[in-house]
Design a protein around this ligand. Structure first.
Ligand code: SF4
Length: 380
C-alpha cells in the first residue's frame, strides 16, 4: 500500500424499498426526492474529500441498489476520480437486495468496475425471510447470482443470519446447503442480534421463547463451521467464510486496523489513529453539506491501551490471529508480555491457543469470541 492511500473507502447509501424489523442500520424508506437530494449531498462530500488513492471501495447500505444502475455508475466514476485505484487488485463491492435487482444492472455494475457482490439473502427458507421482513424469493436470489456470473462479476457473497425466530437446526442446514449449492464464493453468517428500539426488541420482550437460546445459537454456529468447512470454505474470520482467493479485501483492511474513509450519513472513518462517525440524522447530514458546513461527527482518538486493545480484538477475529512480532513492529509492544495474564487465563480454559509467535482463538473460543476479544478492549 502506498503511504498516502486509504485502505478502503466506504460509501453509505441508506434508502430501502422497505424496512426490516430487526434492522439497526442508518436507513430510511425510499422516497425519490430524499434519495436524489442525498445523492447530491454525497457527490459534494466526495468532491470535498482529501483526494488519495484507495485500495478498495465498498458501497453499503441501506440498499444501494435502491438507486438505479445509472446512479451507481456515475457514483463510481466520481469515486474513481477522487480516490483512484492503487493497483489492479482493487476490490469494488456493492451490497444488493435480490428483489431490487433490475434487468441489466449486473452488466452496468461490471462495466463500471464492480467485481464483488454482497447479496442480502439472510435465509433460504422463505418463511424465515418473511419473518425477517424480507420480500425476496429464492428465485430472485438465483436470478441475481446467474446475472452476476453472466456479467463476469468475479466474487459473489451471500449474507445469512442464524438464531432466527422459529429456526431449527434442520432449517439452518437447509440454508447453508442452499448457499453452498448456489455456487457463491463467500458466505457471511451472523447471529441475530436484538437491537434496541427495533420492532424485534418489542417482539422479544413479548415472546422470548420464539427466539433461539444461547445453546441453540452455539449449535447453529458450529453447524456453519462444519458445513461450510466441509464444502471448501475457509473460516477466515469469525463471521466470514470464503473459497480460496475470495476473502473480502475491504473487510480484511478493517481487521488489520487499516485506515478507511467513510462517506455518507452515519459512516465511520479511521484515519491517523482517529475514529470519526458521521451524524445518523439524514437531515443534519444533508443540511450541513448544503450549507457548506462540516458534517457533524463524533470523533475519538484511540491511544495507549485503547488502541492496542482494539488492534488485538480485530486481529483475534481472524483465522491468522495475532502475529506477535508484526504486532511488536507496528505498536512497539510484545502482546505476550503486555497481556500475559489475560492470555494465560484464556489459554488455560481452552479459548485461545498459542503456536510460536501466533495467538489465535480455538474453535471453542470462536463460540465465545465476543467475550474473549472484548476482554482486550476493556483492559486498562
Ligand atoms: S434491507 Fe438491509 S438496511 Fe434495509 S431495512 Fe432491511 S436489513 Fe436494514
Amino acid at each position: 500500500m502506498t503511504e498516502e492511500a486509504y485502505g478502503g473507502v466506504y460509501v453509505h447509501l441508506p434508502f430501502c424499498p422497505y424496512i426490516c424489523p430487526y434492522c439497526d442500520f442508518a436507513k430510511w424508506p425510499l422516497r425519490r426526492s430524499d434519495a436524489r437530494r442525498y445523492l447530491d449531498a454525497l457527490h459534494r462530500e466526495i468532491a470535498g474529500s482529501v483526494p488519495r488513492p484507495a485500495e478498495n471501495v465498498f458501497l453499503g447500505g441501506g440498499t444501494p441498489n435502491a438507486y438505479d444502475a445509472d446512479a451507481i455508475v456515475d457514483l463510481l466514476a466520481r469515486l474513481q476520480e477522487r480516490f483512484p485505484q492503487v493497483d489492479a487488485q482493487r476490490e469494488v463491492t456493492i451490497e444488493v437486495n435480490p428483489d431490487a435487482v433490475r434487468p441489466g444492472d449486473m452488466e452496468a455494475y461490471a462495466r463500471a468496475g464492480i467485481n464483488r457482490l454482497s447479496i442480502g439473502v439472510q435465509s433460504f427458507r422463505e418463511s424465515e425471510s418473511r419473518a425477517l421482513g424480507r420480500r425476496h424469493s429464492n428465485a430472485d436470489v438465483e436470478r441475481c447470482i446467474r446475472e452476476a456470473r453472466a456479467a463476469g462479476i468475479r466474487s459473489l457473497s451471500v449474507d445469512l443470519i442464524f438464531a432466527l425466530p422459529g429456526q431449527s437446526e434442520a432449517s439452518w442446514i437447509e440454508s447453508l446447503d442452499a448457499a453452498i449449492a448456489s455456487g457463491v464464493d463467500h458466505c457471511s453468517t451472523y447471529g441475530l442480534t436484538i437491537e434496541s428500539g427495533t420492532p424485534f426488541e418489542r417482539l422479544y420482550a413479548r415472546a422470548p421463547e420464539r427466539f433461539a437460546d444461547e445453546d441453540l445459537e452455539a449449535r447453529l454456529y458450529e453447524l456453519a463451521m462444519d458445513r461450510l468447512g466441509a464444502a471448501g470454505f475457509e473460516h477466515y474470520e469469525i463471521s466470514n467464510f470464503a473459497r480460496p482467493g475470495h476473502e473480502s479485501r475491504h473487510n480484511a483492511n478493517y481487521w488489520r486496523n487499516g485506515s478507511y474513509l467513510g462517506l455518507g450519513v452515519g459512516a465511520a472513518s479511521y484515519i491517523a489513529g482517529e475514529r470519526c462517525t458521521a451524524t445518523r440524522s439524514l437531515t443534519a447530514y444533508m443540511e450541513a453539506i448544503e450549507r457548506d458546513e462540516p458534517v457533524p461527527r463524533d470523533c475519538e482518538r484511540l491511544e495507549g491501551l485503547a488502541r492496542l486493545g482494539e488492534a488485538m480484538m480485530l486481529a483475534l477475529r481472524t483465522a491468522q490471529g495475532v502475529d506477535a512480532s508484526a504486532f511488536n513492529q507496528r505498536y512497539g509492544i510484545d502482546p505476550f508480555v503486555t497481556y500475559a495474564s489475560t492470555i494465560a487465563g484464556f489459554i488455560e480454559v481452552g479459548l485461545l491457543e498459542r503456536s510460536d509467535e501466533r495467538l489465535r482463538l480455538t474453535r471453542r473460543g470462536r463460540l465465545l469470541a465476543n467475550t474473549v476479544c472484548g476482554a482486550f478492549v476493556t483492559l486498562e
